[in-house]
Design a binder for this molecule. Structure first.
Ligand SMILES: Cc1cc2nc3c(=O)[nH]c(=O)nc-3n(C[C@H](O)[C@H](O)[C@H](O)COP(=O)(O)OP(=O)(O)OC[C@H]3O[C@@H](n4cnc5c(N)ncnc54)[C@H](O)[C@@H]3O)c2cc1C
Length: 456
């Protein structure tokens, strides 16, 4: 049986980082990937962040389906092959194609062949969560992955789920000429985000012509055939939007769940909680030599957060093979939450509601800066949206920042830098900003906040 110092199950941004990083440090490592030809590099590269954002970009600019799909494929192919070449040829990590399952806590099996390792990393990512809607499992619904491989534009796309993925696809396909209807069961779109921002985005998308139904979970879906083609019906039994909505494409975008099925975790003695692998602050599972990183340990599910966790394991194992006082625990930094609608929403920290629940309504200070007040917004011709800051009376601390406007995803990074390094509104306000630039919105927001939090 072939033996490795470490095997990563999964080649995504988390597991790959550990296996490649340790190979560079002289370890004998392997990566098992269920589909090396099409999915090496994981979800982000092949069926997640990169292809969706390529389609979003073209849908906002050229607005042509064929161009969008061609560009998407070109970028995916390029990054996929480069990532595989780097891991396998340049660094020399062993790459094993096939679906891995545990035989025992040091052994896995892939296509009937067994491999053992001193350390194993579970980095199997996540898969779409399919809600228990009547009829759903009987119809040929599509996921985000299927939608990235569309050959022809549908006429009417019905999207169940008004989170990040649903809205990014919804607006992109609307821009490409498809009629789009979005169904979100909760009262606000983008669950987890600031409700005021989510409502503003809902109004904006509605004005653009996307039909959005919030506050009622879908009761039933049906599929019929017309001239050999599938037609779908989404049923809302009651509420203000009660009715039957018909379309020719049904996208289910209701979140993602850790991918642990088929891994035979019981054989390894690895504990899970509601499908997520349970880990301690060093990302060790219930078996200290088995780590779990990325989406498989649960929310939040972002590629950079997955890679951040992997960095903790990589650095610790590089320091010493056994846990010592040199090992550093996973600290939770400020994580950027990005929604790539147009314009984009970039947030970090608490929402207004969360801040008020935590610190009391009277102590929380909220300021807003509208992009229409900014010279640069006028120059670039798009002043949709506003920036919202959440502060605390008498304090320099940044509790939360929510930026809705063009290119705000990049702007958020200066807020993260400040928050991670003990800086606050004063530091953001007290520097010379270039002019005219979009970051001047942050300058104004911070100055408004400093004025308000220290006013009494
Ligand atoms: C449509 C979409 C858009 C997204 N957009 C963004 C975005 O803009 N920004 C962002 O930060 N995040 C985004 N994400 C989330 C991001 O893709 C994930 O958080 C990230 O890929 C998680 O990395 P990971 O290493 O945990 O798992 P993955 O990247 O999913 O890698 C896991 C790999 O393991 C393989 N695998 C699974 N089980 C086995 C097994 N038993 N044996 C062998 N191989 C196995 C899988 O094939 C997969 O390649 C998006 C996700 C989706 C679906």
């Amino acid at each position: 049986m072939e033996h490795f110092d470490l095997i990563s199950i999964g080649s995504g941004s988390s597991g790959r980082k550990i296996a490649v990083g340790l190979k560079r440090a002289g370890w004998n490592t392997a990566i098992v990937e269920a589909d090396v030809d099409h999915h090496f590099g994981g979800t982000c590269i092949n069926t997640g962040c990169i292809p969706t954002k390529a389609i979003v970009e073209v849908s906002n600019t050229v607005r042509d389906f064929k161009t969008a799909m061609e560009l998407k494929q070109k970028i995916v192919d390029r990054i996929h092959s480069g990532t595989l070449r780097n891991a396998r040829e340049k660094v020399g990590t062993t790459v094993i194609n096939g679906f891995a399952k545990f035989v025992d806590s040091h052994t896995i099996e892939v296509d009937g062949k067994q491999y053992s390792a001193d350390y194993i990393v579970i980095a199997t990512g996540s898969e779409p969560a399919i809600p228990p809607i009547k009829g759903l499992t009987d119809v040929s619904y599509k996921t985000s992955k299927d939608t990235l491989d569309l050959n022809n534009l549908p006429e009417h796309m019905l999207i169940i789920g008004g989170g990040r993925i649903g809205l990014e696809f919804g607006q992109a396909f609307h821009n490409l000429g498809v009629k789009v209807s979005v169904f979100e069961g909760l009262p606000h779109l983008l669950p987890g985000e600031d409700e005021e921002m989510a409502d503003a985005i809902k109004n904006h998308l509605t004005e653009q012509g996307i039909a959005i139904y919030t506050g009622k979970f879908v009761d039933e879906v049906k599929e019929t055939k017309e001239n050999g083609k599938s037609k779908y019906t989404v049923v809302l039994n009651d509420g203000p939007n009660a009715g039957e909505y018909k379309g020719d494409y049904l996208l289910v975008a209701t979140g993602r769940v850790p991918r642990t099925s088929g891994l035979n975790l019981e054989a390894a003695g690895v504990e899970t909680n509601r499908r997520a692998v349970v880990v301690n602050e060093y990302l060790q599972t219930s078996q200290p030599h088995i780590f779990a990183v990325g989406d498989v340990i649960g929310n939040p599910m972002f590629t950079n957060w997955a890679a951040w966790q992997a960095g903790v394991v990589l650095n610790n194992l590089k320091k010493s093979k056994k846990m010592t006082e040199d090992w550093e625990p996973l600290k939770t930094p400020n994580i950027p939450r990005l929604t790539f609608t147009h314009p984009e929403l970039a947030s970090t920290g608490l929402t207004e509601k969360q801040a008020k629940e935590k610190y009391g309504e009277k102590n929380v200070v909220v300021v807003k800066f509208y992009n229409k007040w900014l010279g640069k917004s006028m120059i670039v011709g798009d002043w949709t949206g506003f920036l919202k800051g959440i502060g605390l009376k008498g304090s320099n601390d940044i509790l939360g920042v929510h930026l809705w406007g063009i290119r705000t995803a990049s702007l958020l990074q200066m807020i993260i830098l400040a928050m991670d390094n003990g800086m606050g509104w004063k530091e953001l306000a007290n520097m010379v900003y270039g002019h005219p630039i979009l970051a001047e919105g942050i300058e104004s927001l911070s100055k408004m906040m400093v004025g308000k939090v220290f006013s009494q």
